[in-house]
Design a protein around this ligand. Structure first.
Ligand code: BG6
Length: 492
């Protein structure tokens, strides 16, 4: 089974930071994949923009090399690559001066045809304001203009407010697309399908039937080449404020009246606002901070975080585990255990919903233990959904119970390639569909919950606990959940 491809109308995508890391690894390969799928119609153009002087031809060569490096061999098809790079252009512009903007203006001028025009800011947030203002001052905003921004949207509530304010002075909220690439992941969207396109789960989706929820986003990579950014951010800002809280929202939100952007975002916002505050009084009980030490990952020895850093001193967490609670009727008393970390046992992200035990067993002890039902939504790798059920062990030997899984691996069930999140999101911008993008108040509400945790860590001086690279994190994270008589679901 493969999905239906509906071409999008021609567009101009201007990518600031067009020769940067994100463009090279994600944006250009994602747009190429849409070309391969037949979704880009002429005269679509992708315009790289940055300070570096480069000709159109040099940019096409840069893109060709990027595709060669980041695509699978069978995806890199000479004719398609040629057709794709013929849509690429390049302009050298300076965010901080007038240099180059007249050239961009001339390139974009297509005689008032009113093509969709998207500006993607794949640059440091410090220059979002400068770029937005120059876009406005050079009169590049048409009725069909959108702007796309990437995280980090601030490093706390105050800086997020300031950033939103700066962009908001130039663009209207409905023109601003704040990307959280987790929302573009196939299985994340599937969470909405599972919950709202089946009669089965929704009646059970509450504190009466659900014991607890676990969300794990484990990575095997370490610091990579991002020390400058990461050491100032840490796992709470880098992963929890955005990706993981978005997952919490999709699991916990009430049923929106439709998939319309604001219907969904209104419900997500209510979840963020209902998260119970974590403060200096309870932070040590509800959170764990960790930092990886030397160990082994992907089969080889790896350095510890401090050995990778210049200077070698840091209190930044590369792992965080939190017991969160949502203070509303649906979720009262249901813990949401969340954790994420670098250099963990492997790359694995999943959401586990554990249902409550049956209220009374009719089986005798010989039947064995009755396990709670679990719904496991695997985001990566091996996307899929598993539902565990107790059944009778086959055979004539009496009633013995066994825990088995109804297991649906998407790779096996559908022949479709697993598209990268950016493929969906980049074209949603063109389609003007904001459902999978964060609204301003969502980002701010997420910071409102995160800020007190950061402050509480600071006030209490909560230590970062060491953990060996290649493990599931510090032992305190195991204690966090085991204190409540529960265990982390750990299957790679
Ligand atoms: C990014 C974080 O937003 O997400 C990175 O900044 C992290 O630190 C990445 O590695 C994880 O994304 P994915 O799609 O590989 O799970």
């Amino acid at each position: 089974m493969s999905s239906q491809i509906i071409p999008v109308e021609p567009f101009d995508y201007v990518v600031f930071g067009g020769n940067g890391d994100l463009a090279e690894r994600k944006l250009l390969p994602a747009l190429y994949q849409r070309q391969l799928a037949g979704q880009l119609s002429d005269p679509t153009r992708i315009i790289g923009a940055s300070r570096t002087p480069m000709t159109h031809e040099e940019y096409r060569k840069f893109a060709t090399d990027a595709l060669k490096e980041h695509l699978k061999a069978d995806e890199y098809q000479e004719a398609q690559v040629k057709a794709f790079v013929s849509k690429l252009f390049y302009v050298s512009v300076d965010a901080k001066s007038d240099s180059g903007w007249d050239k961009l203006k001339a390139l974009l001028d297509d005689g008032g045809k009113e093509k969709v025009r998207a500006f993607y800011l794949a640059v440091a947030p410090a220059i979002f304001g400068d770029i937005s203002e120059r876009i406005r001052d050079n009169k590049l905003i048409t009725k069909q203009t959108r702007i796309v921004v990437e995280k980090p949207i601030g490093r706390d509530l105050a800086s997020a407010l300031e950033l939103n304010e700066t962009i908001g002075k130039v663009f209207k909220e409905e023109q601003i697309f704040r990307i959280d690439h987790y929302l573009g992941k196939e299985t994340v969207q599937n969470l909405m399908a599972l919950r709202f396109a089946n009669a089965l789960y929704e009646p059970l989706w509450n504190a009466q039937y659900i014991d607890h929820v676990q969300i794990t986003v484990a990575e095997s990579v370490g610091l990579e080449s991002r020390a400058g950014y990461y050491d100032k951010a840490g796992a709470l800002r880098d992963m929890v404020q955005n990706h993981i809280l978005q997952l919490v929202c999709l699991v916990a939100m009430e049923t929106p009246s439709s998939m319309a952007a604001d219907a969904v975002r209104d419900e997500k916002l209510k979840v963020l606002r209902a998260l119970k505050p974590i403060t200096a009084e309870n932070v040590e009980r509800l959170t764990v901070r960790g930092q990886y030490r030397a160990g082994a990952s992907s089969g080889g020895a790896v350095k510890g975080y401090l050995d990778e850093l210049e200077g070698g001193v840091s209190n930044t967490e590369t792992f965080v585990a939190i017991k969160a609670e949502i203070g509303n009727w649906r979720w009262a008393g249901v813990p949401f255990y969340i954790r994420t970390g670098k250099r963990m046992t492997g790359r694995m992200s999943e959401i586990v919903i554990t249902f409550k035990q049956i209220p009374h067993s009719i089986f005798d002890a010989a039947a064995g233990r009755i396990e709670s039902n679990q719904l496991i939504i695997r985001l990566q790798p091996d996307e899929g959904v598993k539902q565990s059920l107790m059944i009778k062990d086959p055979g004539p030997g009496g009633m013995r119970l066994r825990n088995v899984s109804l297991d649906m691996s998407f790779a096996e069930a559908f022949a479709a390639r697993n598209a990268d999140a950016y493929e969906r999101l980049l074209l949603d911008v063109i389609r003007n569909n904001q459902t999978l993008f964060m609204r301003r108040d969502e980002v701010e509400a997420a910071w409102k919950w995160i800020d007190p945790i950061l402050k509480a860590w600071d006030e209490t001086g909560q230590k970062v606990q060491g953990y060996t690279a290649g493990t599931w994190g510090p032992s305190q994270s195991i204690a966090l959940i085991e204190r409540d008589g529960r265990t982390w679901h750990e299957v790679i």
